[in-house]
Design a binder for this molecule. Structure first.
Ligand code: ZN
Length: 115
């Protein structure tokens, strides 16, 4: 399922596209009819994954820029702000795919998830 998340495919069938229109997730898979939002507020966990991954990468970049490259804070802070502004939306779809894969591993799809 994580491979399917990496390829931005439906976590159940591996064929459908959850994001046919860019950043907006489809209501259902166009191949297997799996409903991507399994309950209200379902993708809150994806936001945690998104900000967590981007935060860890930003901390690593901070370490490289401050300790390794010895850049000034006047350069590091704007660079990390730009990274955050670009990185969060760029990783958004993948974080939802990872969240779906993790959730389906813990709570497999049932008949009520398909209509
Ligand atoms: Zn599907």
């Amino acid at each position: 399922m994580l491979k399917r998340a990496r390829r931005l495919r439906c976590p159940v069938c591996g064929e459908g596209e959850p994001f046919p229109d860019g950043l907006k997730i489809a209501e259902r898979c166009d191949v297997c009819a799996f409903g991507f939002e399994r309950e209200p507020g379902y993708f809150l966990g994806a936001m945690v994954i998104n900000y967590g991954v981007i935060g860890v990468i930003a901390l690593a970049l901070l370490g490289v820029m401050a300790v390794g490259l010895r850049w000034s804070l006047w350069v590091i802070v704007p660079a990390l702000m730009v990274f955050g502004l670009v990185g969060v939306p760029a990783f958004y779809r993948y974080s939802r795919g990872i969240w779906l894969a993790m959730d389906l591993a813990a709570d497999p799809a049932e008949a009520k998830d398909f209509r």
